[in-house]
Design a protein around this ligand. Structure first.
Ligand code: 5GP
Ligand code: ZN
Length: 110
């Protein structure tokens, strides 16, 4: 638990999906409509800091998010991934998986 971490101090009412060890929320600065984050409850910066059980729960929740987003937004595809380390673009040092819905043509007029 880190009191300065936005995911350790997340507003519970913002949680959309959860399981035993992680939760999912909509990103406050979405890259595209429906951008979600899957976050383990335990505070650690890297994917490689988590147990196999936690990682299994992370991917289970990623799949649930995909189902929810398919239903809600019917995107044409997804970018799913994570930034590990400041040089890789990580700005919040509590692991989170980005689930970014994509639509055909959405990069044509950046
Ligand atoms: P990173 O750059 O570390 O891979 O991504 C951090 C992400 O967390 C960004 O997309 C940013 O918009 C999001 N974010 C930062 N603070 C909060 C917050 O308090 N709540 C939510 N839902 N997302 C946040
Ligand atoms: Zn944290």
């Amino acid at each position: 638990m880190d009191n300065n971490c936005p995911f350790c101090t997340i507003d519970e009412t913002k949680i959309v999906l959860r399981n035993e060890t992680c939760f999912a929320v909509y990103d406050i600065f979405p890259a595209t409509e429906g951008h979600m984050l899957v976050v383990p409850l335990r505070h650690a910066p890297s994917f490689f800091d988590y147990t196999p059980e936690e990682i299994s729960d992370v991917w289970a929740l990623v799949s649930e998010c995909k189902g929810l987003l398919d239903e809600r937004f019917s995107p044409d595809g997804y970018n799913i991934g994570m930034n590990l380390g400041e040089c890789a673009g990580q700005t919040v040092f509590h692991l989170h998986i980005h689930i970014i819905p994509r639509r055909i043509g959405d990069t044509e007029n950046p």
